[in-house]
Design a protein around this ligand. Structure first.
Ligand SMILES: Nc1ncnc2c1ncn2[C@@H]1O[C@H](COP(=O)(O)OP(=O)(O)OP(=O)(O)O)[C@@H](O)[C@H]1O
Length: 287
């Protein structure tokens, strides 16, 4: 399934939250990376139809999403940034309720809910009240409700917010599992959420698409702008005041300082292989 965004824009009080956003997505996971306020939620809300854009079009396999009506809704699964759950519902009752809203027949919905709860390892919690679940379990219920209608497009807005590292890894693996045969757009400001699983990364800054490509391509694009300097504590402190430091590690008496800079930060600086965090820092220096 092809999703094309063509010049999608949104302004608030004369300021662009999203500016001429244009790109094309096909099957696979797309990581939408940006700092706070970059426009990720605005893009997603326009995409799912919660928010009207000022300009632009979203096409699904060449068809205008706005004119597709129910057909569009049957193609998408959406997990919002702050999902609102009915805390007194049990997990299963909530999922059956969501099936009813999505127009999925009860028997079929129940079967699907069972299958999905099995995949996300929540079958034992199906009769628990949502209010009694941990944050990670609730996020997993969130992705199950998004997957109920077997959507071809899955949109996830900051799905790992508030999760501990093991829940975050578990969630990431789930997304990879669900990616087969689907287009997944995952918005986050956490690089590790998408670094290993995304087919492509889209970097959004101040509402504009800054760059898009595979992790390798984005990393290569800043080759020569990431440096390692091994130095003493005093010099390391000076470097971190003067430059954008993506990592600093103490090694005995010395420090190994990783710096993102257009030019060499020190006489003994050596070029390092960029990673995606360096790319993020390169584009969001000073933010
Ligand atoms: N309802 C609104 N009224 C005014 N400005 C808004 C509104 N919604 C968003 N904005 C502004 O639009 C810009 C983009 O916001 P958006 O929420 O899309 O960013 P984001 O990348 O999702 O950020 P975060 O990671 O913090 O959720 C920000 O400058 C924000 O302040």
């Amino acid at each position: 399934m092809k999703v094309s965004f063509q010049n999608v824009s949104k302004q608030y009080k004369g300021k662009y939250a999203l500016k001429n956003f244009t790109t094309e997505l096909s099957e696979g996971v797309y990581g939408l990376l940006g700092a706070n306020g970059a426009g990720k939620t605005t893009l997603i809300n326009i995409f799912v139809g919660i928010l009207g854009g000022d300009n632009g079009t979203v096409l699904i396999d060449g068809q205008d999403a706005k004119k597709m009506g129910k057909d569009f809704l049957s193609k998408i699964g959406y997990m919002p940034q702050y999902p609102i759950f009915y805390r007194d519902f049990t997990v299963m009752d909530f999922l059956l309720y969501m099936c009813a809203l999505k127009g999925i027949p009860a028997e079929q919905g129940k079967e699907r809910a069972f299958d999905l709860l099995g995949i996300v390892n929540l079958l034992d919690a199906k009769d628990k009240k949502i209010g009694a679940l941990s944050g990670g379990m609730r996020q997993r219920v969130g992705i199950v409700q998004a997957m109920l209608g077997d959507p071809k497009i899955l949109i996830l807005d900051e799905p790992t917010a508030g999760l501990d590292p093991s829940e975050r890894i578990r969630f990431r693996n789930l997304i990879s599992q669900f990616a087969q045969g689907r287009t997944i757009l995952l918005a986050t400001h956490i690089v590790s959420d998408v670094e290993c699983i995304a087919k492509e990364i889209i970097i959004l800054k101040e509402g504009a698409l800054i760059t898009q490509g595979t992790t390798d391509v984005l990393e290569q694009s800043i080759y020569g702008k990431v440096w390692e300097v091994t130095t003493n504590a005093k010099e390391a402190a000076c470097l971190s005041n003067e430059y954008y430091v993506s990592n600093m590690k103490q090694q005995g008496e010395n420090f190994s300082v990783r710096i993102v800079s257009d030019s060499s930060p020190a006489a003994n600086a050596v070029k390092a292989s960029p990673n995606l965090e360096d790319v993020f820092l390169y584009y969001f220096r000073g933010q």
